[in-house]
Design a protein around this ligand. Structure first.
Ligand SMILES: Nc1ncnc2c1ncn2[C@@H]1O[C@H](COP(=O)(O)OP(=O)(O)OP(=O)(O)O)[C@@H](O)[C@H]1O
Length: 276
């Protein structure tokens, strides 16, 4: 990624190396998240997707390299200022015990509330809007712990939406959701990008849903970006093999023209399961 284009993106990372204690995960990542678009980050388990998301959201400090938010080093920005612009849904979030759905979603408003500065009406409006968008209004007064995994996941997404940030980084937002709800959510998120100009970066595991809804795909393997671009350019059988070691045929959805992958069976997989 040339430096110039990275600096024009609202959120970008340059030459990022990051990891945990002695384990290095990101091995020199350059990324510019396209403004007003939905970008899907794809890669096999353990390839570093969550680590990259955390580094871009400044939850994790890179050992080398820089993350820029609106052209400024994100680590030099105040936490509250960053939280007003960038919302992150981490993987497997845990709610404090005993919280109602409305209380959880209202936590998304914290960055907008100062000690002396509260706009209760605006906060309530943002919370109600976010709950309506994600269809959790009917559970508003119920305890988060008493919901199903899919219902709870929608509440977390509502919390991030209530934050009303221009940038949204969501780590596996479709986890626990049934296929219909996954499709509804991706439609909602792509509307947020295309109608409201929000910038979204999502970690997704469902390759076909990613190819169907994303404007851009970023494919990672071993802590590096292998390829990125429009689904029609990068969602190819060769790239799926290179990134996922997946044998698949890529065909075209006759209605949308989007690429669709059809995995091919491999004989060694059978011997693995039969224990031979
Ligand atoms: N807190 C941590 N401490 C130590 N190692 C970690 C930690 N979190 C992740 N790792 C390791 O870093 C590597 C990359 O993990 P990461 O979660 O970024 O991958 P991922 O692509 O998001 O994977 P998945 O698709 O399975 O969620 C893995 O080898 C993982 O074991």
């Amino acid at each position: 990624m040339p430096l110039a284009s990275a600096l024009h993106a609202r959120l970008s990372g340059e030459a990022l190396y990051a990891g945990y204690d002695t384990k290095r995960v990101l091995n020199g990542v350059d990324i510019a998240v396209a403004e007003g678009k939905l970008t899907a980050l794809l890669g096999p388990n353990g390839s570093g997707k969550s680590t990259l998301l955390k580094t871009l959201a400044r939850t994790l400090t890179p050992s080398t390299g820089q993350v820029y938010l609106d052209g400024k080093d994100i680590h030099r920005r105040k936490t509250r200022d960053v939280a007003k612009q960038l919302g992150i849904l981490p993987q497997g979030p845990v709610a404090p015990e005993g919280l109602s759905v409305r209380q959880l979603v209202a936590m998304g408003r914290f960055p907008h509330q100062g000690l002396w500065q509260k706009d209760a009406q605006q906060d309530a409006r943002a919370v109600n809007e976010a709950m309506a968008y994600t269809h959790v209004t009917e559970f508003a007064e119920r305890n988060v712990d008493a919901l199903s995994g899919g219902q709870r996941q929608r509440c977390w997404i509502a919390m991030v939406l209530a934050q009303q940030t221009d940038l949204l980084l969501l780590d596996e937002p479709t986890t626990f959701l049934d296929l219909k709800v996954q499709v509804d959510l991706l439609e909602l998120l792509s509307r947020l990008a295309h109608e409201k100009g929000r910038t979204l970066l999502l970690v997704l595991h469902d390759l076909n849903l990613a190819a169907a809804y994303a404007d851009h795909l970023v494919m990672m393997r071993d802590g590096q970006i292998v390829t990125s671009g429009a689904p029609s350019e990068v969602f190819t059988a060769a790239n799926l093999k290179r990134v996922f070691d997946l044998d698949a045929q890529v065909i075209q959805d006759p209605e949308t023209g989007r690429p669709v992958c059809v995995p091919r069976k491999r004989h060694q997989a059978l011997s693995f399961y039969s224990g031979t």
